[in-house]
Design a protein around this ligand. Structure first.
Ligand code: ATP
Ligand code: MG
Length: 446
């Protein structure tokens, strides 16, 4: 991918144009992490780019952005431009093709505006980005207020970059994002969603959410989640603080190896697992109650599942993601009952395609608690791995609904489904092995 983007730059330069790597890839390269994609900026105009390169798509020609497809990799090539006016707080009303310096100045933060020529290994820094990189400063290019008024999403981008890269805010940048935080309300749900997703999957997500709260952005974006701040927990089980503290600790535990005395699961956590972990106790605010014995939150899992669903729908998450997150939240308390369940029911849960992720919510939840106790997690994980291969080999259905109806005389309906479920559990526990066993069992319960 890297070499192809260098080839593109070579072609543009050989035709007499300026061409650089720009934006995130230069920032990441200078920080020493592997860039996700290599964006190119050039003095060549869109028509010239199209004439020089094969396989191009004019994805944003009116903004001077051409996509080049090379060996299955996509490269964005943008003509130097300046943006004027953002009346919708998102896309520039008009653009003007300009030079490298003007293009650097239209970008958001100094660390995002460094250009690099991979052929000569020269850096072109018109905004003091390298210096800020050294001091680890997130700083708006130009007048912070103006930059926020142009595009309000930049408030959230500041929080993301600061935390994902372990940096600090320049004081003027910080004061401005606090002062104008109310403007995030005007950003489209889709852009907020994408930004929050990058925040939650990046490094230090818990700190990022803490800061979203601190500056008042979270109250606008997810007021339901803010309710966990200051929400009491029963002290004999939770010494880590309030429900908010617990939730953030759990979120950190998904990726933070330092705090983890046990090896992390091999696969990186999915975005759904991250959201479910952050919001697993979101129902505790509405269900808070204290009886003579202790603080309780009866039904908080199902109440919370509903609250989370509202948030995710509001933020236009894809339907499939919502279903997954909501399911994980709804069932996160089931894990603690697994060992007391009849074997067949427990194995039924093991076979649920979401089980492994549900167990990871439980692990993170446990990691979020002081004092730490992962005994049940390890016990269940061991049992699961011990049994799962064999369980997966079992026939899915030992008796059909038609057969059940024929023997029982029942009409199609819920009852038939319940019986099939019952037989399935007996099968999973090994009490019913053959279709004959199943029929025998059926006659007995009728
Ligand atoms: P990442 O890809 O990790 O989100 P990035 O910095 O590459 O980070 P992109 O959204 O890919 O972010 O944008 C590429 C570059 O375009 C940025 O580095 C920045 O220079 C500029 N840019 C992106 N979004 C904005 C914005 N809202 N306002 C100003 N400049 C922006
Ligand atoms: Mg990028």
């Amino acid at each position: 991918m890297k070499s192809t983007s260098i080839e593109i730059i070579e072609i543009l330069k050989n035709a007499g144009h300026q061409a650089f790597w720009a934006g995130g890839c230069v920032r990441d390269m200078l920080i020493g992490i592997k860039p996700k994609d290599f964006d190119i900026v050039t003095s060549a105009k869109p028509d010239e780019i199209e004439a020089l390169l094969d396989h191009t798509i004019p994805i944003g020609k009116e903004y001077g952005v051409i996509l080049s497809i090379n060996n299955g990799h996509h490269f964005e090539i943008a003509t130097f431009r300046s943006d004027s006016g953002y009346s919708d707080g998102r896309r520039p009303d008009a653009i003007e093709f300009t030079n490298a310096e003007e293009d650097a100045k239209r970008r958001d933060f100094t660390i995002n505006a460094i250009f690099y020529d991979p052929l000569t290994e020269e850096i072109f820094d018109y905004v003091g980005g390298q210096k800020d990189m050294q001091d680890k400063l997130i700083r708006f290019i130009g007048e912070p207020e103006k930059r926020i008024l142009e595009d309000h999403l930049r408030i959230l981008r500041a929080v993301r970059f600061k935390n994902a890269y372990g940096m600090q805010y320049h004081p003027d940048t910080y004061q401005a994002i606090k002062k104008y935080v109310h403007l995030v309300e005007k950003v489209s749900p889709e852009r907020i969603r994408d930004e929050l997703n990058k925040m939650i999957t990046g490094a230090n997500p818990a700190q990022a959410f803490e800061e979203l709260f601190e500056i008042g952005a979270l109250e606008i974006l997810m007021p339901e989640l803010c309710k966990l701040k200051g929400l009491a927990q029963p002290l004999m089980y939770h010494q880590e603080g309030d429900v908010w503290d617990h939730s953030l600790r759990a979120l950190s535990a998904l990726t933070d190896e330092e705090s983890d005395p046990n090896p992390l699961p091999a696969t990186p956590p999915s975005i759904e697992l991250k959201w479910a972990t952050l919001m697993h106790d979101i129902g505790k605010f509405e269900t808070f109650g204290a009886d003579a014995e202790r603080i309780r939150y009866d039904n908080h899992a199902s109440v919370g599942a509903n609250t989370a669903k509202n948030i995710l729908q509001r933020l236009k998450f894809p339907k499939k993601s919502i279903e997954r997150i909501v399911w994980l939240i709804e069932h996160h308390m089931m894990i603690v009952q697994l060992l007391e369940m009849p074997e067949g029911r427990r194995r039924h849960w093991f076979l649920n395609p979401g089980f492994e992720e549900l167990l990871e919510v439980y692990r993170a939840d446990s990691m979020g608690i002081v004092p730490l106790n992962l005994d049940l997690y390890h016990q269940l994980k061991k049992l699961y791995h011990h049994e799962i291969a064999e369980l997966k080999l079992m026939p899915k259905q030992i008796i059909t609904g038609e057969e059940v109806m024929e023997i029982s005389g029942l009409k199609p309906g819920e009852k038939v489904g319940e019986i099939l479920e019952q037989i399935r559990e007996k099968q999973l526990s090994g009490e019913v092995k053959t279709p004959e066993d199943a029929k025998e069992f059926l006659k007995n319960i009728l």
